[in-house]
Design a protein around this ligand. Structure first.
Ligand SMILES: C=C(O[C@@H]1C=C(C(=O)O)C=C[C@H]1O)C(=O)O
Ligand SMILES: [Mg+2]
Length: 456
């Protein structure tokens, strides 16, 4: 697994020139722009929408890649390379270039599977980037080169840009059918149930306070499923979450997550503590009753408390002032309700979004407490590699702004196969059967998008 191929991209970034040109375009469908890249940029695309739907990003093609197989130093390495690369920017615009990507959940996990050739850090600068912000749409071209022949290259890129915009504007926005599932399996279901009992016993024996244990669900389809097809369903069905899709070679990793890891805007940092769950009710009365019982439930308040404590401490280390409400609220999304506490602070001098990602990941919402013990227990207990599931995914610019979601409610799609991931926070009084049911609810957003039966 420890390949050395990433060196290929680590050319002397300082000798490279970063050209960027942005035009404003009349509003077009982000999905149609993504789909316009189906032939030429498949395997090199991304899609992102924040929860508020005030920012949409689509990337087609790779102007530059930052990949590495490092463990602890991966965050610093990406930050260093991005700084180098954005030192020599040639642009007339106010818009900043954007680096989009993610860090895997655990670089020390060695379990083989669908994530085998995925690097521990995977970031790209798109050749063509669509940004929809404040109701305006912009398309940028990025070209990163040593400067030789930049002008004719740029001319070619402009032609292709116009072609992509045209295709996205004039083609009807397609309505995609749902894929046909030919097989559904919950691999290692028994092992999962046993691991919950085993982990609960470890917590009772004080080997850890909280450990998040996850499992996967595997689907097969009649034929290969396309990325725009799946993203279109996610966009329609999950409007209240972060929506993301990131392609690498023949994999699409996608999801609809309610959870913010960190956002930085003009020197202020924001995070969210989301842990503790209950299903939605069939009627509004039942829904409210379930919500009230979640707010009062000791086991769920325990799961939540560890997250608030850790994120608050991390913010105190990186910020001059920190604001945290005393009590959690309810966060209701289509299939589930969670306990939710927002955290915000004023970034201290020198603190950056990637430093916050490094310090926050994994929070006890996806790892556990204490961090090292819980990570070892996860490695021993889960017969899978989480890859980007439960990991930081998002963007940053060259000005220090950016946002990372925690990639939960997510799945990896490879040709005609999909792997869906879900887990839950295990504490001393967790019960295997109810944790199992909690994961079934958490699979629903991906299962629904992929054409699976979801009993509403
Ligand atoms: C682990 C997941 O979600 C996390 C675990 C939760 C819980 O156990 O209550 C709630 C939200 C997330 O912090 C997941 O969705 O897979
Ligand atoms: Mg839970």
């Amino acid at each position: 697994m420890q390949q050395k191929w990433y060196n290929a991209t680590e050319v002397e970034a300082s000798s490279l020139i970063f050209y960027m040109e942005t035009i404003e375009v009349s509003r077009l469908s982000a999905l149609a722009f993504f789909a316009a890249g189906e032939e030429s940029y498949k395997g090199q695309r991304y899609f992102w929408q924040n929860r508020e739907k005030t920012l949409t990003l689509v990337g087609l093609g790779h102007a530059y890649k930052i990949e590495n197989q490092l463990a602890n130093t991966r965050f610093d390495e990406v930050e260093k390379q991005w700084k180098q690369l954005t030192k020599n920017i040639v642009t007339e615009e106010e818009l900043q270039p954007i680096l989009f990507g993610g860090f895997t959940f655990d670089p020390e996990n060695t379990t083989v599977g669908e994530w085998d050739d995925f690097p521990e850090s995977y970031f790209t600068v798109a050749t063509y980037q669509l940004m929809i912000r404040n109701d305006k749409a912009y398309v940028s071209i990025h070209l990163i080169t040593d400067g030789e022949n930049a002008a004719p290259q740029f001319e070619e890129l402009r032609k292709e840009r116009d072609h992509l915009i045209h295709a996205a504007q004039v083609k009807e926005v397609k309505t995609y059918v749902k894929p046909q599932i030919t097989s559904y399996s919950e691999p290692h279901k028994e092992a999962y149930l046993q691991s919950i009992d085993a982990v609960t016993a470890k917590i009772k024996a004080q080997e850890a306070d909280k450990v998040v244990i996850a499992r996967s669900l595997a689907l097969q389809f009649e034929e290969a499923v396309s990325s725009p097809q799946i993203l279109s369903h996610v966009v329609n069905e999950q409007p209240e979450s972060y929506l993301f899709g990131i392609e690498r070679n023949d994999m699409l990793f996608f999801g609809a997550s309610p959870e913010r890891l960190v956002k930085v805007e003009n020197g202020r940092a924001y995070s969210s503590c989301i842990a503790g769950s209950i299903k939605r009710g069939a009627t509004s009365e039942e829904d409210q009753a379930l919500g009230t019982s979640l707010l009062q439930d000791n086991k769920n308040r325990g799961e939540h408390h560890y997250v608030v404590e850790m994120i608050t401490e991390t913010f105190e280390k990186n910020c001059t002032t920190v604001k945290v409400p005393q009590q959690p609220k309810l966060l209701k999304i289509r299939d589930i309700q969670h306990l939710y506490t927002p955290v915000e602070g004023q970034l201290a001098e020198g603190a950056t979004i990637l430093q916050l990602v490094k310090d926050l990941h994994p929070t006890p919402a996806l790892g556990g407490v204490p961090r090292q013990n819980s990570m070892s227990i996860i490695r021993e207990s889960e017969p899978m590699n989480r890859g980007l599931y439960a990991a930081p995914i998002g963007w940053l610019d060259a000005d220090g702004n950016g946002e990372f979601a925690v990639a939960i409610r997510s799945a990896a799609l490879v040709g005609n196969q999909a792997y869906l991931y879900a887990g839950g926070g295990i504490v001393a009084d967790s019960e295997a059967q109810s944790e199992y049911e909690e994961t079934l609810v958490k699979f629903r957003p991906m299962l629904r998008a992929l054409g699976g039966a979801v009993h509403e």
